[in-house]
Design a protein around this ligand. Structure first.
Ligand code: AVJ
Length: 332
């Protein structure tokens, strides 16, 4: 049996269908982010952040992680380097499941520390990211079985039969891209994958000085602005739309009530955008803002509470020296 398996639980055309549905809903039915946090969050047209990550978007995200203002990647790496040994001895994992693995350079630290690891299950919607990362890893760890899953982990997951204990890792602070109601559903579905002895390793960016947060999402070099606008380029290419990227300005704001960063694209002039694949024309008023991402920031108490609500018990909480980012370990 080959040590590299790929399982696709997403139909080949799922991405296309999901993009159409998200664009249609997001641009025609301005979204309330749910009744749980009604703190004046305005109704805005919305595009979900998962559509940033085509090849260009993934490249721009990699650039973001190297920006002086964007601290989360470095802070999380610092914690992983310092704590990989503790994570390994606390979990004794034989299977590592990594949700939203992408190219995941940081995972190496974990993989190196988990000496009893037999199987690595990277899960991502991007087949190219998965096979690239999986093959590279196999070259370094020939004994490791890699079972890549092409799946949308926000839509519920079924895992292959792999040896326990299992460690499910969800790094990068990506859980912050889900709004509270979505996090609740997501954490419950992660919980359902775990049996006693298994653990969840979760990366969460922390609440801090708003100026630091805003700078991280609106860097001086304009890389995040380009990343933000890339979602319009994706809609143009995939759905034949005619968004003019120069007619929108990148906005990053801190929502104090919800404790999240919002990225938006502000229409600089009144304009109508045609989306032929949806047989749709969308009007934007001058100054109207389109929400492209929510990136929630957390406190230990909130992480503990959300995990507990899903039936998970937080057992370890590690931050970087500066207390900017946290990794938590929790169990059923
Ligand atoms: C790593 C996906 C969580 O929200 O910080 C970076 C994405 N957006 N800059 C984040 C992102 C703008 C990022 N995630």
């Amino acid at each position: 049996m080959s040590p590299f398996h790929v399982t696709r639980t997403l139909p080949e055309d799922a991405t296309d269908a999901a993009l159409r549905a998200d664009v249609l809903l997001g641009l025609t039915r301005p979204q309330d982010l749910g009744p749980a946090f009604p703190t004046g969050t305005p109704l805005l047209k919305t595009l979900p952040p998962k559509w940033f990550y085509d090849a260009r978007g993934s490249e721009l995200f990699e650039k973001i992680t190297e920006l002086p203002e964007y601290y989360p990647t470095r802070a999380e790496r610092e914690i992983l380097v310092a704590r990989a040994g503790e994570i390994a001895s606390a979990t004794r994992a034989r299977t590592l499941v990594e949700l939203g693995s992408g190219s995941s350079e940081k995972t190496r630290h974990l993989l190196d520390a988990l000496t009893g690891l037999r199987t690595y299950v990277p899960v991502d919607v991007s087949e190219s990211a998965l096979t690239g990362a999986g093959q590279a890893l196999l070259a370094e760890r020939p004994g490791l079985e890699v079972h890549a899953l092409i799946a949308d982990f926000t839509a519920g997951l079924t895992l292959p039969e792999t040896p326990g204990p299992r460690l499910v890792a969800f790094l990068g602070g990506t859980i912050g891209n889900l709004v509270p109601a979505e996090r609740e559903v997501f954490l419950a579905s992660v919980r359902s994958l775990l049996t006693p002895g298994d653990a969840l390793l979760l990366g969460t960016d922390l609440v801090k000085e708003p100026s630091v947060l805003v700078a991280a999402y609106d860097d001086a070099a304009g890389v995040t602005a380009e990343f933000d606008k890339n979602v319009l380029a994706v809609v143009n290419r995939e759905l034949g739309a005619d968004f003019d990227l120069d007619a929108f300005a990148h906005v990053a704001l801190w929502d104090t009530g919800n404790e999240w960063i919002e990225m938006r694209l502000r229409a600089l002039t009144a304009q109508t955008v045609k989306i032929p694949a949806l047989d749709l024309a969308v009007d934007f008023a001058a100054g109207e803002e389109l929400r492209t991402e929510v990136s929630a920031k957390f406190r230990e108490s909130g992480v503990r509470r959300e995990l507990a609500a899903a039936g998970l018990d937080l057992t370890h909480w590690w931050t970087d020296e500066e207390g900017r980012f946290a990794l938590s370990l929790s169990r059923v």
